[in-house]
Design a binder for this molecule. Structure first.
Ligand code: KIV
Ligand code: ZN
Length: 377
């Protein structure tokens, strides 16, 4: 039985993440990432969109063979029999069915009426259920859908037997205060089904909106590793997981100490670098240069770190520059086996700062080279 504090993590790196321009993974690369996601402990892996290409079909099949015994593997399908059949043929026992519900999508993309969309939701969810699949239904562009119609779409999917309902903020137009309310309303008509959220980052709010959705009653979040995805990306797995665990005390199955390695693997295989300042997994997420901060961290990391780098598999990096102080310099030198008294350290520090003032990025080796002058004297 699911605890009321347990939040499922639905990873869509291999589907929505891979939809980003320039990211085209080979089948083997997708399988490698799926294995890592399984080790990481996500609850569902969205392996791809089996009806979209032969490669996606084979990759989905292989991912099910590799990890399907220990983690739920799902695939995306438009709300039609052909897509659902392709998923079944690939071996899926769980399917993510979507059809848009906003007027702008109905008019310009689907060219369908609301009645036709409601019929499609019912028929497709029922069809997938009749094949014994776990079914998650997404009303695409939910957050730009007229509220009454959105709730009708949700109720229809529930009546047709959907196991979970996912609410996508497809173009990232929500803010946390509003999204929390939307989710509360959806929960109130969903007859106890798990409500999920899927947030895009167009205004930089994907993580905040995902958390707000959980506070509003959602018990599943769609995420991608490093937040990769369409346009500004999706909610980032590492940020959502750590915020849920550390700030709100929700239970999440992900093993946080594998986050950094997972991020590095996805970055390496997709060719998309992890931003230096990226929360949790960025190279500066636990970086300190300012003398006051470094001193604090050396005394007790809690002074300037809200979580420990070890907790997420990342590293603390003490840097040298014009804001450095003597404590940081001493630590960096002692880590390289160099022990100087305070007087000598002060001289080395002033040279480090002079170097930094010229725009040079001072490395630990630079400091060692400057300090080595004092070693024999
Ligand atoms: O952003 C979106 O609406 C999607 C759906 C297919 C769930 O990715
Ligand atoms: Zn999306």
């Amino acid at each position: 039985m699911f605890s009321t504090r347990r939040v499922r993590i639905f990873d869509t790196t291999l589907r929505d993440g891979e939809q980003a321009p320039g990211i085209d993974l080979t089948i083997d690369q997708k399988v490698r990432i799926a294995r890592q996601l399984q080790r990481l402990g996500v609850d569902t892996i969205e392996a791809g969109f089996p009806a979209s290409s032969e490669g996606e079909f084979i990759a989905t099949k292989k991912i099910i063979e590799e990890v399907g015994d220990s983690v739920e593997v799902t695939g995306l399908a438009r709300a039609n029999k052909n897509d659902i059949d392709k998923g079944i043929e690939a071996g899926l026992s769980s399917i993510h069915v979507f059809i848009a519900t906003s007027d702008v999508h109905l008019k310009y993309k689907l060219k369908m009426t609301r009645e036709q969309v409601i019929d499609r939701i019912y028929e497709s969810v029922r069809y997938a259920k009749s094949h014994g699949l776990i079914v998650e239904y997404s009303p695409e562009d939910a957050t730009r859908t007229e509220e009454e119609f959105l709730l009708q779409a949700v109720k229809t999917a529930v009546e047709a037997g959907a196991d979970r309902i996912n609410i996508p903020d497809t173009v990232g137009v929500m803010h946390p205060f509003k999204f929390q309310e939307v989710i509360r309303k959806v929960v109130s008509v969903a007859s106890g089904r798990i409500i999920s959220v899927h947030c895009h980052n167009d205004f930089g709010l994907a993580t905040a909106n995902s958390i707000a959705g959980v506070v509003g009653g959602a018990r599943q979040v769609h995420v991608t590793v490093n937040g990769i995805g369409e346009r500004a990306g999706n909610a980032s797995l590492e940020e959502v997981v750590m915020a849920l665990k550390k700030l709100l005390d929700y239970e999440v199955g992900v093993k946080p100490w594998l986050l950094y390695d997972t991020s590095k693997l996805v970055s390496e295989l997709t060719g998309v670098p992890v931003p230096f300042f990226k929360a949790v997994v960025g190279d500066n997420a636990f970086g300190h240069e300012a003398g006051i901060h470094v001193h604090g961290v050396i005394e007790n990391p809690l002074t300037y770190e809200p979580m420990s780098p070890e907790e997420v598999g990342n590293f603390r990096r003490l840097a040298l520059g014009k804001h450095s102080g003597i404590h940081g310099l001493r630590k960096i030198l002692e880590d390289q086996g160099i022990y100087l008294d305070d007087e000598k350290l002060k001289v080395v520090l002033s040279e480090v700062k002079k170097m930094a003032d010229t725009g040079h990025r001072v490395s630990a080796e630079d400091a060692k080279r400057i300090a080595s002058r004092f070693l024999s004297s």
